[in-house]
Design a protein around this ligand. Sequence first.
Ligand code: ADP
Ligand code: ZN
Ligand code: MG
Length: 492
Amino acid sequence: MSSTTMAVPPAAVMARYEPVIGLEVHVQLATATKIFCGCPTSFGAPPNTNVCPVCLGLPGALPVVNREAVELAIKAGLALNCAIRSQSRFARKNYFYPDLPKGYQISQYDEPIAEHGYVDITLDRVSKRIGITRAHMEDDAGKSIHEGFKDSDRYSYVDLNRSGTPLVEIVTEPDLRSSAEAYAFLTELKQVLQFVGVSSCDMEKGHLRCDANVSVRPCGAEKFGTKVEVKNLNSFRFLKEALDYEIARQVALIEAGGRVVQQTSLYNPETGETAVMRNKEQAPDYRYFPEPDLIPLRISEAWLERVRLAMPELPARKRARFIAEFGLREYDAELLTQTRAAGQYFETVARVSGDPKAAANWVMGDLMGRLKAEDRDLADSPVTAGNLGDLVKRIRQGELSGKLAKEVFSRMFSTGEPAGAIIDREGLKQISDAGALETLIAEVIASNPKQVEQYKTGKRAVLNYLVGQAMKATRGQADVTAVTALFQQKLG
Ligand code: ADP
Ligand code: ZN
Ligand code: MG
């Protein structure tokens, strides 16, 4: 935590105010090429190599809409429960900045592709619906580089590789009431968009960028307070820290008899503070007008229907189904639907094994634990879902004890082999054959006369010792339950 110079008002004072928050989230669409030209969107190319006359904003160059970008925007809209407009329109948002070669951004203004949606969040087991005002398409600007060059103290550089990258901007209603709700919303949003394949939402690469609008009002008041827009919230932690700081700043200001001024601020992660970037008077006038180089974007009923049918099951639905169909606990269902890959993996293990509860435990415990320990992803797990399902099935059928199964699993993870191959080669099968167990128990009884005598005279605890001897003799491969039952039967 960064320490700030501002004195945070006491909790009792903070409790008298209610924060109101609305987010504006920019998400990079996962297309191979840019939104209005054919340049690649690949990350990390040498500066100014993925460019052409269109994304350089050269005079006379004409934009052509990337169909794939539109389709991903439709998917985003559907995933956020929005209505998709049959006709939307691109508009020019005019402003001057060195990383914006055209002198305007192509965005959507009064006719966005998607609007009137919602996202449900759950916080402390309470669900809440957060309204989505709109989701519109736009192109990204380039990047100004202010450091890293030997003359960076005098010059800034511009890299236009990112110029023209497709984005959707998602705007929420002012429905969020705490930094925790904002955090939960962004978490849910990211998960949903990743599920649908709209975006990688990789914050480190800037594929998910968040601005927050925040105001406070006395509890019980109906009217919203004056809002401040905080920019540059490029991690979940920054979002929470910046909101907490800004909420406390506004309360302190009002308590001291001041008034919140409408402004745009920048969060500084190094100090943990927000600082004014511009006030209301300095707010730019974007002079929006319809983009004359692009015809209105028409989405036919048939196209929309095709996209709708191709949508995967969303996380909330999947969670509910895992609980209903497999009897999972809420927490487990939550964990197993973090990603689409995790959901698919678990579901295969559950079906192949026929034991969903055990499947959940193996996936969340042994598998995820081992993957994490080796810093690997589920996508390159050496143990396939089918193979883990088969292992769990063998436990269910009594072929392997839990202990043996852990050993087999460990080898499966190291070698990538299926359980059967390892069990055959290493002779790790559980001994539950009645004949073999009878012989084993007879041997243990014969070589431990003292303990047998103690058991018969009422020292029942000795049974554990005898079972232990049988397990030791078989290197843990005997079926414990069967061994215990057999001892009890033999010793009366
Ligand atoms: P602007 O006209 O400044 O663009 P909008 O009404 O379009 O403002 O809202 C922009 C964002 O600010 C939205 O996410 C919205 O939910 C949020 N917002 C609007 N009013 C408030 C407020 N009083 N407090 C906090 N957030 C707000
Ligand atoms: Zn280009
Ligand atoms: Mg607005």
